[in-house]
Design a binder for this molecule. Structure first.
Ligand SMILES: [Zn+2]
Length: 80
């Protein structure tokens, strides 16, 4: 599994909809790859926030992915 694969499966992994073999592969990659682990932590927190707001069930996955994508791309504040 490479990083693209891992990102691809991240949401399914978080939704616990992955087949056991794929879960193992993702978990393995996360423990090997710091970048993906960070990403995973971010997505996990994001989903937690959605759950806390009570919107996790009503927000379609597409929307969640779009919001997460935007958050991820938000450039850091400029340093002056
Ligand atoms: Zn990776």
């Amino acid at each position: 599994m490479d990083c693209d694969d891992c990102l691809d499966k991240l949401y399914t992994f978080l939704d616990k909809e992955l087949a056991p073999t794929e879960r193992t592969a993702v978990a393995q990659h996360l423990s090997d790859c710091g970048d993906c682990e960070d990403n995973f932590g971010f997505e996990e927190r994001f989903l937690e926030v959605l759950r806390d707001c009570g919107t996790a069930d009503i927000a379609p996955r597409e929307l969640r992915e779009r919001v997460a994508e935007r958050l991820r791309r938000t450039p850091p504040p400029p340093t002056l």
